[in-house]
Design a protein around this ligand. Structure first.
Ligand SMILES: Cc1cc2nc3c(=O)[nH]c(=O)nc-3n(C[C@H](O)[C@H](O)[C@H](O)COP(=O)(O)OP(=O)(O)OC[C@H]3O[C@@H](n4cnc5c(N)ncnc54)[C@H](O)[C@@H]3O)c2cc1C
Length: 399
């Protein structure tokens, strides 16, 4: 059986391992983190197209066990005025809406499945170097260990060393100018928000939240800020973030200040980065997927779903084409345009979140947004995003 070394145990890694197993491959996963973290990475939106991939893996129902169905996003201004409601999924089909889950829940549902399949996963294995020979590829890890396989798949996220090995001139991710800061809270008397996420275009910053049936609040804010690296952001104490956000959102409507007064646990802060175009996704026996080749801002809620789509598509290509070279080329061909379109679409949404200091611009935005959003619930122009399906039974030769 041919063997794939999979670098990264986030979303794309376990998913591609599961699909490859079905396609007759052996797979082994290597993850840099020393262990899982139940609240690491906060939460994310899995869109209907990502749910379709999980359904093919037989994992959708398991994911929904700890998910908050959210087919609607209700927008309000900083004065509390309702600006409109937009679908978070295909317009006109609320029963097929997207779902918000803790990131680690998505990761663990995928990991549980790899364990059931007997696919090995090594924690604390940080890829440092790749070495390719005529008949194989070797991954060298920071702790001095190594592993050899027929191909190597980089599912190693936005900072991907695999991307750089494939093409030393590959573009670096660009910083969007926005942070995503978020966490959890419990606010006495705050009612659950079934089927809905709430988004507030505050006068000095964008804020989003939902309340689960058990009263847990998932919240995030997107303040504009100069770039800081991941370690610098991690070093900022939660109290500092909360203090800053309280000041930024002090004038926002209920329950924004109340959420910030009742945060539970630690606050996470992430820079939002994008990779709008990576020319080369593969070289020799090495290929990359997910954020490694098309990192997107979270505004469209599509990054994880794109990673899941990549995973299924690459496995199909390896199943249906005679060698890895042809499979990698076809995979990039099938995926690149869609991924880049989503990155661009998400960037356009992020721009609306960038707050201007001009009061006039805020007034104008609050006056115009209701007009733009008026027909959103019936506007099917984005349905192709959410309705994308990849039938496992169909050969990629027929696509
Ligand atoms: C704050 C925030 C909010 C987001 N919200 C959403 C959302 O609502 N909806 C959505 O769809 N997407 C969202 N995203 C994006 C989403 O998280 C990613 O698109 C998705 O996780 C991509 O999956 P991936 O497997 O490619 O990368 P990741 O999930 O990032 O996994 C990469 C893995 O590789 C590991 N790794 C890195 N380097 C190495 C190495 N050298 N050796 C071994 N392992 C390594 C990492 O530890 C990590 O576990 C958000 C992202 C952020 C930062």
């Amino acid at each position: 059986m041919p063997k794939a070394l999979i670098i990264g145990g986030g979303v794309a890694g376990p998913a591609v391992a599961l699909f490859l197993r079905r396609a007759g491959w052996e797979a082994e996963i290597f993850e840099a983190r020393p262990h899982p973290d139940a609240f690491g990475g906060l939460f994310l939106n899995v869109a209907t197209n990502g749910l379709a991939v999980l359904d093919t893996l037989g994992l959708k129902e398991r994911l929904l066990e700890d998910g908050h169905l959210a087919p609607y996003m209700r927008m309000r201004s900083g004065r509390g005025r309702i600006l409109g409601t937009v679908p978070n999924g295909p317009a006109g089909e609320p029963e097929r809406g997207s779902v918000v889950v803790r990131r680690e829940w998505l990761n663990s549902v995928l990991r549980e499945a790899t364990e059931r399949e007997g696919i090995p996963l090594t924690w604390g294995a940080r890829l440092e170097r790749i070495e390719e020979t005529a008949d194989g590829v070797t991954a060298h890890f920071a702790d001095g260990t190594r592993a050899t396989g027929d191909i190597l798949i980089g599912c190693d996220g936005v900072g991907s060393p695999t991307r750089r090995w494939i093409d030393p001139d590959a573009p670096e991710p660009t910083y969007s100018g926005l942070l995503s800061i978020g966490g959890f809270a419990r606010v006495e008397g705050l009612a659950p928000t079934p089927l809905t996420q709430h988004m507030i275009f505050g006068s000095r910053g964008f804020f989003g939240y939902l309340v689960r049936e058990d009263g847990t609040v998932f919240w995030f804010a997107n303040p504009a800020r100069a770039e800081q690296d991941r370690d610098e952001l991690r070093a900022v104490p939660s109290e500092t973030w909360i203090r800053e956000l309280r000041a930024l959102h002090a004038d926002d409507p209920y329950p924004v200040p109340q959420i910030l007064d009742n945060v539970t646990g630690t606050v996470g802060a992430y820079g939002i980065y994008e990779l709008p175009h990576v020319p080369r996704w593969h070289r020799g026996r090495v290929v990359a997927m997910g954020d490694a080749v098309h990192a997107t801002s979270p505004s469209a809620g599509q990054g994880a779903s794109l990673a899941l789509e990549d995973a299924e598509t690459l496995a199909l290509c390896l199943r249906d084409l005679p060698d890895h070279g042809q499979a990698f080329a076809r995979y990039q061909d099938l995926r690149q345009r869609r991924a880049e379109d989503v990155v661009a679409y998400s960037r356009a949404i992020s721009r609306q979140k960038t707050v201007t200091s001009s009061k006039l611009a805020v007034l104008l935005r609050d006056a115009l947004l209701p007009l733009f959003l008026r027909g959103a619930m019936k506007d099917t122009r984005n349905n192709h995003l959410y309705n994308h399906t990849i039938p496992w039974e169909r050969s990629v030769l027929d696509v």
